[in-house]
Every structure is written in structure tokens, then in C-alpha cells.
Design a protein around this ligand. Structure first.
Ligand code: CP3
Length: 340
């Protein structure tokens, strides 16, 4: 049994630096494409035996040190009363909730009843993994979920969600608080079903000015972590584009902070790594270079992190669909072979 991922999350010494890759089961993998050729993405998420099969692909093909539940952060928005669709080449398309009436109409969820297929998948994956590596459950942060709910999809300007924050901060508070309650219920159900670590994805927290980040993203995340069942379950908070927010990370009661490549990981360690682990932070586009260059850059990150325990290797954001799979395999090998 390989427990290096959990050990590193808790800053315990490990035989090698553990690695997993955000979006490790995805379109860059021909074996994933084969499954996706038969069913659409949402059906894949909602069919536990298919979600299980896809979750296990990177364990068998890449030799990563952790599995992550195959699902999407937008899944719990559906039972709240938001329609969610994924369109090829467009991405997610949601019924945008932008006024008081539609925000106040959103419902609290009961995860085991409303999205039971997720918990069924977790139970099935645990059985199939049979202790080989730990299983990570996850959710979006309230602010990141709210950007999709209010924008109705992906955006470049974020003017609807930021417009809401600046024109109706009271309503934005209400939405973040409801989403925090939804995430607490959802993540505790995942832990009950067998998730062995929890990652909270704050993909869009890093678009806010500092005071707005604290009020609309950090505060609801603090509420979530304070309400998670977590005796031996590490919590990882991933913030994208958050180098200017590093001074807040010690106020988050997570075991690990995940960062992107814009931030120096050695500096991150010195800023908030005394009591916390760090996860990251290779630029996903390095995987378009040669295996030799990938190895050099991976080893450079581990040199920068230093010998103290508490590093989980990952990319700084999700692996891109165009990535050659052999280069992802080369990265995992390079991280595993590294010795100080
Ligand atoms: O990491 C994993 O392998 C686990 C599965 C996972 C997916 N999405 C699968 C997925 C996880 C953890 C996510 C999280 C997620 N989803 C985030 C947070 C992390 C991040 O990347 O910032 C966000 C913002 C989303 C929302 C989302 N889902 C978008 C914007 C898109 C479309 C863009 C894209 O990359 O396709 C998705 C679709 C999605 N989620 C796919 C996968 C494998 C591609 C769907 C397909 O097969 O067509």
C-alpha cells in the first residue's frame, strides 16, 4: 500500500515525493477518449461504474500516488436548481442566476439523496483500488462555484459575478453562505462514503482584489473547513493565480496549500509552509517539452522545495488535452526517481 500522498499532506517523511496530476483522467488520454466516445461527459460523471473505470486509468497507466474521484465541481449545482450542460468546444453552460429572485430560489442539497451517484462512485472506486493508493474527493470553493452560477459559464471579464459583489454585497454574502452549506454537506457525504482526502478548488479566487477575496472567498472556505469531519482526512486548498494572496494562507486551516507556477514554491514554503504542506507547481505547458527538459524542471522544483517533508508534486493547474501522454508518464518517473 502506497501512503506517501497522505503522509506528505501531514508533513510526515516519505520514501519519495508523491505526485498526482490535476485532471489526470482526461482528454489527453486515448483510453479516456475511448470511454468518452460512447457517452457524454455528464453521463460519465453520473454512471458510477464508468466513473470508477476512468478514475483508475491514471493509477494503472501513469503510476501516480493518489486517485481523484472522476466528477466535476459543477455537479452539486444541479440539485440547487441550476441547469448544467457541457458543450464540446464551449465548456459548461448553466442557467445564470443573477437577480435576487433567482438567487433566493436556490435550494440547499442533501448530497446522499440528490447526488448519490457520486457517493456510489466513491464506494466503488475504494473497492477497486483495494488500498493501492488513497482516493481524493473534492469540491469547488463557494466563490468559484458562484462564478459559474452567476456568469452562466466560463467568462473572461467576470463582470456579472463582480458586478453582483459590488452592487449587492449582501446578496453575494447570501449566495456564498448557501454554497458553503452545500459544500459542507457534499464533502462530508464524500468522506462518509470513503474519500480519504479532500481538495477544495478555488480556481477563480485569484481574480479578486484582496479585501473582496477575504470576504467572498476565504471566509466561506474557512466555514467549510471548520465543519468538515476530518480526524485523519487531509484538506488541500488549491488557489489558482493567488501569489498576491500568500499572506492569507496561514489563516486557512487546511493541511496543504496548492499553488500554480506563477508563485515561487520555495517562497511559498517560507511564507506558509511552517505548519502546512505545499502542492504544486509545474507549469502544465512544460509537458510540451522533451522528457529530459521535463525531468530537469521537475527536479528543480524539488530542489527549491528543500528536504523538509510536506511536498505533494502536481502541476500548477490541470493537464492540457493536447499533452502527449508519454510526457505525463515521464514526469511521474522523474518525480519518483528524485533523491536528495
Ligand atoms: O482531476 C481529475 O482528473 C478529476 C476530475 C475533474 C474534472 N474537473 C473533470 C473534467 C476535476 C477535479 C474537475 C474540477 C473542475 N471542473 C474545476 C476546478 C479545477 C480547474 O481546472 O480549475 C473547474 C473550474 C471545472 C469546470 C469545468 N469542467 C470546465 C470549465 C470544463 C470545460 C473545460 C475543459 O477543460 O473541458 C469542465 C469539463 C471537464 N471536467 C472535463 C473533465 C475531464 C472535460 C470534459 C470532456 O470529457 O469533454
Amino acid at each position: 500500500m502506497n501512503n506517501t500522498y497522505i503522509d506528505a499532506c501531514f508533513k510526515r517523511p516519505t520514501s519519495h515525493t508523491p505526485i498526482w496530476i490535476m485532471r489526470q483522467a482526461g482528454r489527453y488520454m486515448p483510453q479516456y477518449q475511448a470511454v468518452r466516445g460512447r457517452v457524454d461527459f455528464l453521463t460519465l460523471c453520473k454512471t458510477p461504474d464508468l466513473a470508477t473505470k476512468v478514475t483508475l486509468l491514471p493509477i494503472d497507466l501513469l503510476n501516480v500516488d493518489a486517485a481523484i474521484l472522476f466528477s466535476d465541481i459543477l455537479i452539486p449545482l444541479e440539485p440547487m436548481g441550476i441547469s448544467v450542460a457541457f458543450e464540446d468546444k464551449v465548456g459548461p453552460v448553466l442557467s445564470a442566476v443573477q437577480d435576487e429572485a433567482s438567487i433566493k430560489a436556490l435550494r440547499m442539497i442533501e448530497a446522499e439523496e440528490d447526488v448519490g451517484f457520486v457517493m456510489d462512485a466513491i464506494r466503488m472506486i475504494r473497492k477497486e483500488l483495494d488500498g493501492r493508493v488513497p482516493l481524493i474527493g473534492f469540491s469547488g470553493s463557494p466563490f468559484t462555484l458562484a462564478t459559474y452560477a452567476v456568469e452562466g459559464g466560463t467568462t473572461k471579464s467576470f463582470h456579472n459575478i463582480k458586478g453582483l459583489i459590488y452592487s449587492r454585497p449582501d446578496l453575494a454574502d447570501y449566495l456564498m453562505d448557501l454554497l458553503a452549506d452545500v459544500v459542507i454537506n457534499y464533502l462530508n457525504a464524500q468522506v462518509d462514503a470513503g474519500a480519504q482526502a479532500i481538495q477544495i478548488f478555488d480556481t477563480w479566487g485569484g481574480i479578486l482584489a484582496d479585501p473582496e477575496y477575504v470576504r467572498f472567498s476565504l471566509k466561506p472556505v474557512q466555514k467549510i473547513i471548520a465543519n468538515l469531519k476530518r480526524d485523519s482526512i487531509p484538506v488541500i486548498y488549491y488557489i489558482n493565480n493567488g501569489s498576491y494572496l500568500a499572506h492569507h494562507m496561514d489563516n486557512i486551516d487546511a493541511d496543504v496549500i496548492g499553488i500554480d507556477w506563477r508563485q515561487d514554491i520555495g517562497e511559498a514554503r517560507r511564507t506558509f509552509g511552517k505548519n502546512k504542506g505545499v502542492q504544486g507547481n509545474l507549469d502544465p505547458t512544460v509537458l510540451f517539452a522533451s522528457p529530459k527538459e521535463i525531468r530537469t524542471r521537475a527536479h528543480r522544483i524539488m530542489d527549491t522545495v528543500g528536504p523538509e517533508p510536506g511536498h505533494v508534486f502536481n502541476l500548477g493547474h490541470g493537464i492540457l488535452p493536447q499533452t502527449p501522454m508519454d510526457n505525463a508518464i515521464a514526469l511521474v518517473e522523474a518525480v519518483h526517481e528524485y533523491r536528495r
